[in-house]
Design a protein. Structure first.
Length: 325
């Protein structure tokens, strides 16, 4: 049973990609992109999903949308298991879940005008009469603070920040309940990043949106998120309320990540100790046994290699996967 306030529930999600070799394309192994993660996103909140590059954040977002069919596990959206749906049923529900992509240069078709890009979802889902789409597109451009006079321009005529606004407008066209934001600001200049984050926050208040916000910049995630989940090599290590996580991290990986975030007070910054992690991130093709983080963990013991730590609630709303938390 799902709590009424839970919009999205991810239950033990696994996503493996086969590695194929040779003329006959035999499967010789698997990339363990996402390996048994569970979390919930409540209506109207922003859940931040953070971790370094290659940890499985984007794959998680795409598996939720069923752009990749999960290897196993379930994804419940408003009480409906998306994994069981096919054809028209998934198409109807997809209207309520949209995605903002990382790269505004690659995610917009260069041969389409702004009007064609933003109206495409409206026409595919037959939401609106084709004679009214132009007015709707102008409304959406105003909503994301772009001049409606730009409606006949092509993507190459815009800056990166403006292109990302067009991507946001396209995601909003179908009035979704949930938007998966896949590192929507990482390809933009720092000055523009703040504008896009503020725009997303304003839209959330106006339209009652729910976000899964994927990023690797902890300071941005702290600004926009209500709760934060920290991911490492396909597994969620810790999940807690934003302020709780930043003040009281329980997992050694979270502690190390937070030690790298600059503090704008020179006196505190000088006294603070950076935690430098040894070695490289292991390959997702052959991840370590037991705890994924043990090969780089400063407090790892023998049990960490033998047993995968249980995902447990240490105090209300604060979950962690560590034997010593």
């Amino acid at each position: 049973m799902m709590n009424d306030n839970v919009l999205l529930k991810v239950d033990n999600l696994v996503q493996y990609f086969p590695i194929r070799r040779g003329v006959l394309q035999h499967t010789v192994g698997y990339v363990h992109a996402v390996d048994g993660i569970s979390f919930e996103v409540h209506k109207g909140e922003t859940l931040g999903l953070v971790g370094e590059s290659g940890c499985g954040k984007t794959t998680t977002g795409r598996s939720i949308l069923q752009l990749y069919k999960p290897t196993s596990g379930n994804v419940y959206f408003d009480g409906v298991n998306l994994v069981d749906l096919k054809g028209e049923k998934i198409r109807v529900l997809r209207r309520r879940i949209q995605m903002i992509f990382q790269d505004p240069y690659a995610s917009l078709n260069p041969r389409m005008t702004v009007e064609e890009i933003i109206s495409e979802p409206l026409l595919i889902h037959k939401i609106i009469d084709s004679s009214k789409t132009r007015d709707r597109v102008k409304e959406l451009l105003e909503l994301v603070r772009l001049n409606p006079a730009y409606i006949d321009r092509y993507p190459h005529e815009f800056s990166g920040g403006q292109r990302q606004r067009i991507g946001v407008a396209r995601a909003l066209a179908l009035n979704p309940d949930l938007i998966v934001c896949d590192e929507p600001i990482s390809a933009l200049d720092v000055s523009v990043q703040a504008q896009i984050v503020n725009l997303l926050e304003d839209l959330q208040k106006e339209m009652g949106l729910t976000y899964l916000f994927i990023a690797h910049d902890l300071s941005v995630v702290r600004h926009i998120s209500n709760r934060v989940a920290v991911m490492y090599l396909g597994v969620i290590m810790e999940l807690a309320d934003r302020d709780e996580l930043y003040k009281n991290p329980l997992h050694p990986y979270t502690t190390a990540l937070l030690s790298a975030v600059p503090i704008p007070d020179p006196e505190i910054e000088e006294k603070r100790k950076r935690i430098i992690l040894e070695g490289d991130v292991p390959s997702p093709v052959n991840p370590p046994s037991g705890c994924r983080f043990r090969t780089r963990c400063p407090i790892a013991k023998e049990i960490c290699a033998q047993e995968r730590p249980a995902w447990r609630e240490v105090k209300k709303g604060h979950f962690v996967a560590c034997h010593f938390a």
